[in-house]
Design a binder for this molecule. Structure first.
Ligand code: ZN
Length: 314
């Protein structure tokens, strides 16, 4: 048995995971991120023991604890270098957790951990060279090379969301313009739909489904496009165009056999997948090479917890 933890800006989720990658039980608590790192880590420790108690499992039966962190980590020293969501810098989380639990503690960037989960037990299984993209509020990425997570020199590799793929009408949260995530995240899709609606007020199904622009989400946009709405289809076309540019870049650099797509936006995969594959076929460099597998991830929100619990294998 192992423990995988997802340390999010909104919630901390602790999961007990079997060696076969199945989650026995998950429990969560609000992060309340404005509090100090020490208090939040204390909550994490309490949640670990609470989850064990409810599952009737002793800490002695736990092999290791792994944590996925939304930021830059030094996986070797176990220090969280920077985590903007939580306002943390240089937090030695592994030392504290080791003292409180007596276990081996591993940390990794959350998208990397999710990539590891999908590689070991999900859609990327057996794809020794593969890439995971998670399209949610932002876009996270993880790269598996030769069966191992590719972390780079500083643990900063696979920030695929911040690859520049064009020029956009708004800047990325990182300060640059044209980042992949500003075109393909749920946030980017919603912003573009709102821009079109504001510029050119027209009859769109999107407006019939909401009371005010603030209620527009990615699902409403994709559903409206599916129903043939013109404006929603313009949004989807743009999304597909830049998604395809990003994937062609990844393939040109890494020539992987599989790209797994997770996150909230992937729920619309059935609708956009064919459009995406057709666009990639048109723009990829070597036309005679078939497009790699591009598949919707299968582990959903659990990928990060499962991957975190398996960090010794990644
Ligand atoms: Zn960026």
């Amino acid at each position: 048995m192992r423990i995988g933890i997802d340390l999010g800006g909104t919630n901390i989720v602790v999961g007990i995971v079997t060696n076969e990658g199945d989650i026995v039980l998950k429990k969560s608590t609000p992060t309340l991120a404005s509090r100090s790192s020490l208090v939040i880590i204390e909550d994490m420790v309490n949640l670990i023991y609470k989850t064990l108690e409810v599952s009737n499992i002793s800490i002695d039966d736990i092999e290791l604890i792994g944590i996925g962190v939304p930021g830059l980590v030094d996986y070797k020293s176990g220090i969280i270098k920077e985590c903007v969501n939580l306002g943390w810098k240089n937090v030695d989380i592994c030392k504290i957790l080791k003292e409180k639990t007596g276990k081996r503690i591993f940390i990794e960037n959350d998208a990397n951990a999710a990539a590891g989960g999908e590689y070991l037990f999900g859609t990327m299984k057996n794809h020794l060279n593969s890439v995971f993209l998670t399209l949610g509020t932002g876009v996270g990425g993880g790269i598996i090379l030769n069966g191992k997570l590719y972390r780079g020199k500083n643990g900063a590799a696979a920030e695929i969301g911040h690859m520049t793929v064009g020029e956009n009408f708004y800047n990325c949260a990182c300060g640059n313009n044209g980042c992949f995530e500003t075109f393909t995240s749920a946030t980017g899709i919603i912003k573009y739909a709102k821009k079109l609606i504001n510029e050119n007020p027209q009859d769109t199904l999107i407006l019939k489904k909401v009371n005010g622009l603030d209620q527009i989400d990615a699902k409403i946009i994709f559903d409206s496009a599916k129903q043939g709405d013109k404006l929603a289809n313009l949004v989807v076309e743009r999304f597909v165009k830049y998604f395809s540019i990003g994937i062609c870049n990844i393939l040109n650099i890494l020539d992987v056999t599989m790209i797994g797509i997770g996150g909230g936006v992937s729920a619309a995969g059935e609708f956009f997948m064919e459009l995406l594959l057709n666009d990639i076929k048109k723009h990829k460099l070597f036309k005679e090479i078939p497009v790699c597998y591009i598949k919707i991830a299968t582990l959903g929100n659990d990928a990060g917890i499962i991957g975190a619990a398996m960090l010794d294998k990644l």
